[in-house]
Write a protein that binds this ligand. Structure first.
Ligand code: GMT
Length: 378
């Protein structure tokens, strides 16, 4: 079977999920074609079965905004026709589901029937998709995909609450390859903690795109409260619009010198390997792939209780959940973990065991079953 994958090629969770899925499918013998504006950051371009088709945008001065959807749907239609693609699996509804619908219509004129699977990832429904500027088109694209999946039950519920949906949505959770993160007992990652912190220092980590939805300023506030009581370092991974303010608050709270700003990184497994506690105080989070990656690396998670996070992080077992913005409670919970070595060890073990329930081996067959259900035997 030939699968076309459309995603954002950046560090965001939806692009990571799409990339890991595509690479796993290629390993199982599927022919996988990525169609996007640049190679996805985690994509192994030379792996067997992987193909990449770039969407080119020509600047034209008449256009205040260049029409990416047009270029994308044209490219999708060309690639489907040339490589006889059976399924277009689009990740993140805006504008991918809409462009896929257009490609499908263009191909239908030529007697080609390509099937469209749309996976909803979060802000394409919650923050952005349900905004009146986009709502009509997003609702239309969801209702007109052949199959729609969402990465959590919470996101499915949000989709039905925010749109007039006239079809079923299947929950297919995000997944993890535990072996990539496991520091113990599989030991795939060479962990060199002593390069990062002193023996007695605890390491707290946050990974995100520093958009307001991540509440990264809360991360610094939590850290300042923890660092006032216990020796600790904070690793901030990623880049984004709120980073300037994050640094400002770190200086105001006098913890700047205890923070390592690591920027965007493809070495997430290595960084998590050093980490004792992962912080994710988001305002909205459909799933929280970053939390799952941390848990896979035996790291308990201090998070908010929003969206799909309670489906991933189990309160009092793999970490703790607090109300959005309750920095005091999040700091208290972090200290609960690091003030007692036995407690921290139990939570680390629980976190990894919980992450194992999201193993790729369990999730991949669900996508395969969806693809197979759509391809009509000839
Ligand atoms: O979190 C982001 O801002 C990035 C965004 C994306 O689409 O790349 O992440 C969303 O999709 C991830 C993968 O399914 C989920 O794990 C994240 O929870 C979700 N983010 C939000 O809902 C804010």
């Amino acid at each position: 079977m030939r699968i076309g994958i459309v995603c954002y090629p950046t560090f965001g969770g939806s692009g990571v999920v799409a990339t890991e899925l595509g690479m796993a499918l290629a390993q199982k013998g599927y022919e996988v074609h990525f169609i996007t504006y640049k190679p996805p950051v985690r994509l192994d371009l030379i792996a067997s079965g992987i193909h990449f088709h770039q969407v080119q945008i020509q600047e034209y001065s008449l256009f205040h905004y260049q029409p990416y959807e047009l270029a994308l749907s044209s490219r999708m239609a060309q690639v489907v026709e040339k490589y006889k693609i059976d399924i277009l699996h689009v990740h993140y509804a805006i504008p991918h589901a809409y462009a896929a619908y257009m490609a499908k219509q263009m191909l239908a004129q030529k007697g080609i029937d390509v099937r469209v699977v749309t996976t909803l990832h979060g802000t394409d429904i919650t923050l952005v998709g349900s905004h009146p500027n986009y709502k009509t088109a997003v609702e239309f694209s969801i209702n007109n995909s052949d199959v729609v999946t969402s990465v959590s039950q919470s996101l499915k519920d949000d989709t039905f609450r925010l749109f007039d949906i006239k079809r079923d949505i299947e929950v297919v959770y995000n997944f993890i390859e535990l072996e990539k993160y496991a520091k113990h007992p599989l030991g795939a990652v060479d962990c060199q903690r002593k390069n990062i912190a002193k023996e007695d220092e605890y390491i707290l980590t946050h990974i995100s795109n520093y958009r307001p939805v991540k509440r990264a300023k809360d991360v610094v506030r939590i850290f300042a409260k923890v660092a006032a009581i216990k020796p600790a370092k904070l690793l901030l991974v990623g880049e984004g619009p709120e980073m300037v303010e994050v640094k400002k608050i770190a200086k105001e709270l006098n913890v700047y010198h205890k923070i390592l700003f690591l920027g965007n990184s493809t070495e997430v497994a290595k960084i998590l390997c050093y980490t004792d506690v992962f912080l994710l105080p988001s305002k909205s989070e459909s799933f929280g792939l970053a939390a799952l990656e941390a848990m896979a690396a035996r790291t308990p998670v201090i998070s908010s209780n929003t969206g799909g996070l309670p489906e991933v992080n189990i309160h009092g077992e793999t970490g703790f959940l607090s109300n959005v913005g309750d920095v005091e409670d999040m700091a208290k919970n972090t200290l609960k973990l690091i003030e007692n070595k036995g407690v921290l060890e139990t939570f680390k073990e629980n976190a990894q065991q919980r992450a194992a329930t999201f193993q790729m081996d369990a999730v991949l067959p669900k996508y395969e079953a969806i693809y197979k259900s759509l391809v009509v035997p000839v």
